[in-house]
Design a protein around this ligand. Structure first.
Ligand code: ATP
Length: 312
């Protein structure tokens, strides 16, 4: 008993929870010279999370556990290319220290699902290691390190509802007084982000007027859960539907099942059904199950960005 206690005391760990994101609005411009597309987006963090636990170790390692049948780990690397290890190494490099950690990911966010699960893991790892090693990294530095790792990492740190510009990494929180309910419709087959942007370029999209309308921000600011639906929009939808016609059918099914609006999540293939409240969302999910869409989750937003949930 004493031995076990001593061992635990010598291996402290920190667990950080990070949310999935949806893009309530996603406007995409023409591809830039550096290969990135300029974005103008309204992110919302929703109540679907990955938990990341870190423990000091001699060498970097990562292991991932699945929480739910909609998570397929087959494309998640267990080596240095996992974005969680990349995040840990970037933090260590930033501080000029020599440390390593064992990283355990408990995954509920679908992989390659357009909900930025990898970015959530990177954000959670940054916060967890910062706390584990008491590094005192400033928020600005965490955001800058996150932006180098991936366009969606800064938002996973910030959470809530925010606009994203640049390639999505320039995050500005917006006032959101609503409680928005969504049915997330998972998809068995991943859809790679580059392939969707590739199709988007081929379809010669990208000259849209991709400005967030001030009225959308007004709708978010006003209390109550109404009025957002007319602004929900995703420029990548036609490219994703072109590659995967089944997604358009899922959108139609969601509308037939009572969704106020159906929308592609990020670059897909996850689809979102917007519901008026929690009961409505559960009703829509039940009806979707009856239509063969059994892999769904009822979530709400906005929720907090990466935050500590356990120290031991
Ligand atoms: P985005 O919209 O930002 O591209 P996504 O949700 O569509 O995100 P992710 O789940 O972040 O996609 O993963 C994309 C790819 O990144 C995966 O297919 C996998 O090969 C690789 N990857 C590396 N590390 C991770 C991780 N910790 N979790 C998930 N995928 C990871």
């Amino acid at each position: 008993m004493v031995e076990v206690r001593a061992q635990r005391a010598s291996t402290p760990s920190v667990t950080v929870r990070a949310p999935a994101k949806i893009n309530a609005y996603l406007g995409v411009g023409r591809v830039r010279d550096d290969g990135f597309h300029p974005l103008e987006t309204v992110y919302q963090a929703v109540s679907l999370y990955d938990d990341v636990t870190v423990t000091s170790a001699e060498e970097w390692s990562v292991s991932t556990m699945v929480e739910g049948p909609h998570v397929d780990l087959s494309s998640v690397p267990d080596d240095d290319t996992n974005i969680a290890i990349r995040a840990g190494r970037a933090l260590v490099e930033h501080h000029g220290i020599e440390r390593a950690a064992a990283i355990e990911i408990s995954k509920s966010i679908p992989v390659a699902g357009g909900m930025a699960g990898g970015s959530a893991d990177a954000a959670a790892t940054l916060v967890a290691l910062d706390r584990l090693w008491s590094l005192g990294t400033s928020d600005d530095d965490l955001l800058a390190i996150g932006a180098e790792l991936g366009s969606d990492v800064p938002f996973a740190l910030v959470g809530g509802t925010a606009t994203g510009t640049g390639r999505g990494e320039v995050v500005t929180p917006v006032e959101d007084n609503g409680s928005w309910w969504w049915v997330v419709i998972f998809n068995d087959e991943g859809l790679s982000t580059p392939s969707v942007y590739g199709a988007y370029d081929l379809l010669e999209e990208g000259d849209h007027d991709y400005r967030i309308r001030p009225a959308m921000l007004d709708a978010l600011r006003s209390p109550g859960s109404e009025g957002l639906e007319v602004f929900l929009y995703n420029d990548l939808e036609s490219a994703a539907f072109y590659l995967r016609p089944d997604l358009e059918r899922a959108a139609e099914a969601a509308l037939e099942c009572g969704a106020i609006m159906a929308l592609l999540s990020g670059s897909g293939p996850t689809m979102l059904a917007h519901a008026s409240d929690a009961d409505d969302a559960r009703l829509i999910a039940g009806r979707l199950a009856g239509r063969g869409y059994e892999q769904t989750a009822v979530v709400h937003g906005p929720v907090a960005g990466a935050h500590v949930v356990a120290y031991s």
